[in-house]
Design a protein around this ligand. Structure first.
Ligand SMILES: *Cc1c(COP(=O)(O)O)cnc(C)c1O
Length: 362
């Protein structure tokens, strides 16, 4: 594919080339119906089949046990930050949050609008360069739920194992690492993820919620903010983001056809090992931002000796066809996002560029 960039964008991010090509083929006419999937009712049999199949694919890939609902919502993961306390944080109860960085902080900020919030653990004192150890996590005795951010997309720290929260539901923001590795869904009351990092384009948010969480939701919640409404209506209460769900469907089939999440995890490890090795073997020229045990396998954050050199790195990388290597504006530095759809070859090319840049600048 001649002109495809080496895309390391943090989100929206790379999509598999074969998925884009398939979408292109079906754009004008979907499955012989004489129209695009975007041009038909969400109550049509074609969309209903797509809705069902996409849920089914997620259930298979994540081995979601019985007793969970898969929902396709809008408003991004950011809306979930508010919907979670609206639905689950009752008076007298406390939202218990593990503070691991920018996204966890945003989730807490919204929850404070609805009730009491407690920090179950925090790595702020270490500049969020690590994930708190499981034994640092203190669940509040009145916790309505515990919330964790499985991968901090901006800082670059990722959970490798999750706390056992007993009877208290564990809720996880998996926006930037869902489907990057196998996960035991039965540990969670709810998993949510905006699609635009690892699942497809923006516009749809996947929510996987245990059915017992949906009982006795407060009647005062606006209809669209109530998980129960979306569950009862099979994500068809109002018009769903049809095209985004369609794209997620294609991405899920692409993952399935590779052999599932264990295979994908190994590929992701191979990719990030390449880049982390380039950092670690650079004699300090490149410095990883995050403690090695907490390093993300999706967002690799690193720095150079000074900002001037970082600017030069970005400029020269762009000239060579690399995109998206600038760190988030709130933290600076450099970041390579290596989501599922970023090919191994792109990571190989990046490590080669990093080595050349080091040799000509040290
Ligand atoms: C990108 C991201 C979000 C925000 O997602 P939106 O869909 O833009 O609201 C939330 N949490 C994490 C971990 C993210 O990476």
């Amino acid at each position: 594919m001649g002109n495809r960039a080496y895309n390391f964008n943090a989100g929206p991010a790379a999509l598999p080339l074969s998925v884009l090509q398939q979408a292109q083929e079906q754009l004008v006419e979907y499955q012989g119906i004489g129209m695009s999937i975007m041009e038909i009712s969400h109550r049509s049999k074609e969309y209903e089949a797509l809705n069902e199949e996409t849920q089914q694919l997620l259930k298979e890939l994540l081995q979601i046990p019985d007793g969970y609902k898969v929902l396709f919502l809008q408003g991004g993961a950011s809306s979930q930050f508010a919907m979670i306390p609206m639905n689950f944080l009752r008076p007298g109860k406390v939202g218990s949050y593990v503070n691991t960085g920018a996204w966890a902080e945003k989730a807490m900020k919204e929850a404070k609008l609805f009730g009491e919030v407690h920090e179950a653990a925090s790595s702020e004192a270490d500049n969020f360069m690590r994930i708190p150890a499981l034994n640092e996590i203190q669940i509040h005795p009145d916790a309505a739920y515990v919330h964790v951010t499985s991968n901090e997309t901006i800082g670059g720290a990722q959970f490798t194992s999750y706390p056992d929260t007993g009877k208290v539901p564990l809720i996880v923001d998996m926006s930037s690492d869902i489907l990057s590795r196998p996960v035991d869904v039965s540990k969670f009351g709810m998993i949510y993820a905006g699609a635009q990092k690892n699942l497809g384009p923006s516009g749809v948010t996947v929510v996987i919620v245990r059915e017992d969480m949906l009982q006795d939701l407060p009647k005062s919640i606006p209809t669209m903010m109530r998980y129960g409404i979306h569950a009862d209506n099979n994500s068809l209460y109002n018009t769903p983001p049809v095209y985004s769900v369609y794209m997620v469907n294609l991405v899920l089939k692409w993952i399935r056809d590779q052999g599932g999440l264990a295979v994908v995890e190994q590929i992701n490890l191979d990719k990030t090992n390449l880049i982390y090795n380039a950092i670690d073997n650079s004699e300090g020229f490149y410095q990883g931002c995050v403690d090695p045990e907490s390093r993300s396998k999706m967002n690799i954050t690193f720095r150079l000796a000074n900002e001037e050199l970082e600017k030069k790195f970005i400029k020269e990388s762009e000239a060579k066809g690399f995109v998206g290597l600038k760190g988030h504006r709130s933290v600076g530095g450099l970041r390579a996002s290596t989501y599922n759809a970023v090919p191994y070859e792109a990571c190989e090319a990046l490590t080669q560029f990093m080595e050349e840049f080091r040799q000509s600048n040290s």
